[in-house]
Each structure stands twice: as structure tokens, then as C-alpha cells.
Design a protein around this ligand. Structure first.
Ligand code: NI
Length: 256
């Protein structure tokens, strides 16, 4: 069984065949999916998906690139929905200096406030961090993220940086990028990170793995990601699927 720990099935890219596609997951070995909110609207859509599908869980939160829409009232709403039983995490939250908007102080402010929401509701976080390794790490350290726990999603930093997140006992979301020919740095990090700290994720509709790179992604492609990790670690795909499945249950505090 495969656990997709990070997906965006509310995206327009799935409007034409969402129900059909999601109905095919079980027979293709995908047993659990966490749909992740990136702003207030997609968080609402995420909650709806968790109500419609027994195997879909949700994460509620606002992505750094959308953090300018937040205010105290919206933050209070996020906290109020974060306690719903099928909501397993606060996310995706963090820092994005690649797009670098809104200004960094705004991104930092709402990253910290959403970390504190996660602490208060006792749920883990899903961290989005792009070109912002040091600031992300510093904020997590200052705010004792090791007490909150969670996943560094779409991990894209070095193995040295991975060591620092491992010290905080975080998990690493690994997806399609690990299959790309030019992803040498990530491949080194994946070789280094213990399998017990890796979870599979699609970030679909984005980041489709080889051989489907560039096409719309879905959880059905995760076997390619598991294959790539298995090759890097010199183990079987079945072992990667089994251990990452257990890891996902553990980080999201779910029973199979
Ligand atoms: Ni995402």
C-alpha cells in the first residue's frame, strides 16, 4: 500500500476527471492521501474532499506565497478547522524566497504564527521551504519545532542541511524530483537520510516523475518515486513502500 503524504486534488487540473481518478486509487494500491491546503480557498476545498472520500485526509494552512491574505481572523479560522478529526496537519507553511513575495517579514510572521497554531492543536506541520534553508531552520529552532514534528515537504536542500532537520526529528517528503537526471544534490540527500525518515509525496498536479515528467502528476505515479529511492538505497521497491507507509502513519498519527 502507498501513502501519498502531499497532494492537491482540489486543483483545476483535476476538474475533468477528479471523481473517476480518485475512485481508481484503491485498485492501484494507493490507500491514503493527504490533500494539502495552500491558501484559505484551497483549505476549504481540502476539507470538502476529506468529507467526500474516506481515504482522503487533509492539512490546513497558508503557503508563504499566499501569506499576505492572512489576518488574525483567518488564522483563528485555520485553528478552528485544524482540530477536525480528518485534519492531520497544519500546512503547507514556511518560506519561499524563490518567488520572494510577499516580503520576507510577512512570510516569516505567518510561518511563526501557523507553527504556534500547530503547537496549540497538537498536530504536526508540513513545511514548504524554497531557497530559504537557513531562515527556515532558524525559525524552526527558535520555535522548538522538534516539539511539534512534521515533514519538510519536497525536500530540496543538501545532505548537510538534512542532518540539521533530522536532529529536530523531522520527516522528509520525497517526490518526482528524485527521478530527474539533474537532481544530483537531492539524490545525495536521499542516500543519506534514513529510510525511516522518508515519506512519499506527489505534490500533484505538479512534479510528475520520469517517465511522465512534464505531464499532470497523480498518486498513481508514486511507484516510480519508490523505485528511484530503492535504487539509491540498494533495497527493494516493496521495502520502500512498506517503510514509507509506516512512516506516514506515524508522522500524521494515524492508525492503519
Ligand atoms: Ni504542495
Amino acid at each position: 500500500m502507498i501513502f501519498d503524504t502531499h497532494a492537491h486534488y482540489d486543483d483545476d487540473a483535476f476538474d475533468s476527471d477528479r471523481d473517476e481518478l480518485l475512485a481508481s486509487m484503491k485498485e492501484n494500491g494507493i490507500s491514503h492521501i493527504v490533500n494539502v491546503g495552500a491558501n484559505i480557498a484551497t483549505t476549504r476545498n481540502t476539507i470538502k474532499l476529506t468529507e467526500q472520500y474516506p481515504f482522503i485526509y487533509g492539512a490546513v494552512g497558508v503557503h508563504p506565497s499566499d501569506s499576505a491574505e492572512l489576518d488574525e481572523e483567518k488564522l483563528a479560522w485555520i485553528k478552528s478547522v485544524a482540530v477536525l478529526p480528518k485534519i492531520v496537519a497544519v500546512g503547507e507553511i514556511g518560506l519561499d524566497y524563490y518567488w520572494d513575495e510577499p516580503e520576507r517579514d510577512i512570510q516569516k510572521k505567518w510561518f511563526i504564527k501557523q507553527l504556534e497554531v500547530a503547537r496549540e492543536v497538537k498536530k504536526p506541520v508540513i513545511i514548504h521551504s524554497r531557497d530559504a534553508a537557513n531562515d527556515t531552520y532558524e525559525i524552526m529552532r527558535e520555535h522548538k519545532a522538534e516539539e511539534i514534528g512534521g515533514i519538510v515537504h519536497c525536500y530540496s536542500y543538501t545532505k548537510e542541511m538534512a542532518q540539521r532537520f533530522l536532529e529536530m526529528d523531522f520527516y522528509f517528503g520525497i517526490g518526482g524530483v528524485v527521478t530527474f537526471k539533474n537532481s544530483k544534490k537531492l539524490k545525495e540527500a536521499v542516500e543519506y537520510i534514513p529510510l525511516e525518515k522518508i515519506v512519499l509525496e506527489t505534490d500533484c498536479p505538479y512534479l510528475s516523475p520520469e517517465p511522465n515528467r512534464g505531464k499532470r502528476n497523480s498518486s498513481l505515479n508514486l511507484s516510480y518515486v519508490a523505485d528511484a529511492i530503492a535504487t539509491l538505497k540498494g533495497i527493494s521497491r516493496e521495502e520502500v513502500e512498506r517503510v514509507t507507509f509506516e512512516n506516514a502513519l506515524k508522522v500524521y498519527r494515524l492508525n492503519a
